[in-house]
Design a protein around this ligand. Structure first.
Ligand code: MN
Length: 199
């Protein structure tokens, strides 16, 4: 028997469902985490048997697959990174240490980085994700990825992401994607991002 893995499960939320409000409401978490992410997981688990990807890690599947398996695996990985990078509203943090130094070096400042990240998220046509990612030398990049894209496909290490699919913000912000992106900084857990950068 191979060590088949058809049982991906949602990552646990490191905060209560209402802890991110008013930046992200409990209702949005209920749908986004409870329904959308669960659907991607169910679709991925259903597609794995006989696919050749049984027993591979989520990251390996995202790097190597195409089509429906890639779409669902990418969305599972993306949402896993997304939901675990936030912390309760009112406990805002800022980048520190080596990560802060790299942001200042590569983007000219923390505020300059945030402005560029928001601009790339707001300007991404249709559904997708804006990412902060690093290469093996520690250089930082902002990438725009359509649909289920993830910078691991380009050999980069994903650090931080804002989901620009409408399901991420429509209940709370309707069509005001730029307002949603600007608000998200208030709940980013920069300690989590720094740990990903140190990997
Ligand atoms: Mn989403």
């Amino acid at each position: 028997m191979s060590t088949a893995n058809y049982s991906f499960a949602p990552v646990g939320l490191p905060y209560a469902q209402d802890a991110l409000a008013p930046v992200i409401s409990a209702e949005t978490i209920a749908f986004h985490y409870g329904k959308h992410l669960q659907a991607y997981i169910n679709n991925l688990n259903a597609a794995l048997p006989g696919s050749g990807f049984e027993g591979k890690s989520l990251e390996e599947i995202v790097k190597e697959s195409q089509g429906g398996i890639f779409n669902n695996a990418g969305q599972v990985l993306n949402h896993t990174l997304y939901f675990t990078q936030f912390k309760a509203y009112g406990s805002a943090s800022e980048p520190k240490g080596a990560l802060a130094d790299a942001i200042i070096r590569d983007f000219g400042g923390i505020e300059e980085f945030k402005a560029e990240f928001q601009k790339k998220g707001a300007g991404l046509f249709g559904s997708g994700w804006v990412w902060l990612a690093s290469d093996t030398e520690g250089k930082l990049y902002i990438t725009q990825e359509a649909n289920a894209g993830n910078p691991v496909r380009s050999g980069l290490n994903p650090l931080l992401t804002f989901d620009v699919w409408e399901h991420a913000y429509y209940l709370d912000y309707q069509n005001r994607r730029p307002d949603h992106l600007a608000a998200l900084w208030q709940i980013v857990d920069w300690d989590v991002v720094a740990k990903r950068y140190a990997k």
